[in-house]
Design a protein around this ligand. Structure first.
Ligand code: IPM
Ligand code: MN
Length: 372
């Protein structure tokens, strides 16, 4: 199979984690006889530095003409700490989401037995936690009217949703629930917000079309608490843009590290795959970032291309690294491996260059960090 993949490295640790995903995709291509062609394009602070524009038109063009997009991360502290900055890296990502109509952001929350000790939650609460957040990504307060009064003393961010925007993501979430444990929880603030009441109405009206799916409704403040006290109750969580942003970061602590989580954004054309972590500028260039979120995003990309055996092998390889404690510094600050080593190990596993039974621990130990 021949596929064209647009690659947006972005800022901070974006380039180094994405490089490991490309390495793994290349291993998959070699093993299964595929051809993946990559076109690199710019977005974020690096694009501002180079062109003055966080999302050059060329990037949109390349993305639209590709079969899938792999994205790293964006953001730079020089913009975070300057509220007067007119151009910001995040504008690039928001514009890309809007231009490609990437309305459904899917964030699977998985826990790993080997990482349970890293979560602030008790191990008993983490058993059997496996849910997925469907976050609406192209509407709501993120894209509403924004205003700052002339004297700078008053600001406005409007939140709007229409029925179509709700229906199209709800449809994807319902269908996914049918493939899973058949439970869908709509997270909203219907006791206060008009938009939330519309979400509830639309989801209630759609429910009879999916009779095998049990639907329940939860206010977002309660959901924030339930994710901590009883996360295994969730299967598919459906929510609007801003709530989804917040609860997905919260839910990431269940897996032990933000660096573990992948995401997919589906729309009407090319889909985009990115780890949920940010650009983590403090770690940039040090080869210490966790590439797992990115590599698992590449696995979601393979699933999207209908390469399911390939995706399964990548996930199996990641599980194997975790079981053997081949982990980065965020997971084990003392005995850690480099970003590039994890990518190498995962690729070697994919290519059968590693026999898990006869692994040469000494060779791998050599690639372990000695910085303590
Ligand atoms: C995310 C990020 C983005 C968001 C930022 C970088 C604009 O936090 O993908 O979750 O808020 O959507
Ligand atoms: Mn976020």
């Amino acid at each position: 199979m021949k596929k064209n993949i647009a690659v947006i490295n972005g800022d901070g640790i974006g380039p180094e984690v994405t490089a490991q995903s490309i390495r793994v995709l290349n291993a998959i291509a070699q093993k299964f006889n595929h051809e993946f062609n990559y076109t690199y394009c710019m977005m974020g602070a690096c694009a501002i530095d180079a062109t003055g524009n966080p999302l050059p038109d060329e990037t949109i063009e390349i993305c639209l003409n590709s079969d899938a997009i792999l994205f790293g991360a964006i953001g730079d502290p020089k913009y975070d700490n300057d509220p007067t900055a007119k151009v910001r890296p995040e504008q690039g990502l928001l514009k890309l989401r809007k231009s490609l109509q990437l309305f459904a952001n899917i964030r699977p929350i998985t826990t790993y037995t080997t990482l349970q000790h890293l979560s602030p939650l008790k191990e008993s609460q983490l058993e059997n936690v496996d849910f997925v957040i469907f976050r609406e990504l192209t509407g709501g307060i993120y894209f509403g009217k924004k205003e700052l009064s002339e004297d700078g003393t008053q600001a406005l961010d409007e939140c709007t949703y229409n029925v179509k925007e709700i229906e199209r993501i709800a449809e994807v979430a319902f269908k996914n629930a049918q493939q899973r444990r058949k439970k869908l929880t709509l997270v909203d603030k219907a006791n206060v917000l008009e938009t939330s009441r519309l979400w509830r109405k639309v989801v209630k009206e759609m429910a009879p079309k999916f009779p095998d799916v049990e639907v329940d409704f939860m206010f977002v403040d309660n959901a924030a608490m339930q994710i901590i006290i009883n996360p295994k109750q969730f299967d598919v969580v459906l929510t609007e843009n801003m709530f989804g942003d917040i609860i997905s970061d919260e839910a990431s602590v269940l897996s032990g590290s933000l660096g573990m989580l992948p995401s997919a954004s589906y729309g009407v054309c090319t889909a985009l795959f990115e780890p949920i972590h940010g650009s983590y500028p403090q770690a940039a260039g040090k080869d210490i970032a966790n590439p797992t979120g990115s590599i698992l995003s590449a696995a979601m990309l393979l699933d999207y291309l209908n390469l399911h055996d390939e995706a399964r092998l990548v996930r199996q390889a990641i599980n194997w690294t975790l079981e053997n404690k081949f982990v980065t510094k965020d997971i084990d600050p003392i005995n850690f491996y480099f970003t590039s080593t994890i990518g190498e190990l995962v690729s070697d596993y994919v290519l059968n260059n590693i026999n898990p039974q006869e692994i040469n621990q000494e060779n791998i130990e050599l690639r372990k960090s000695t910085i303590i």
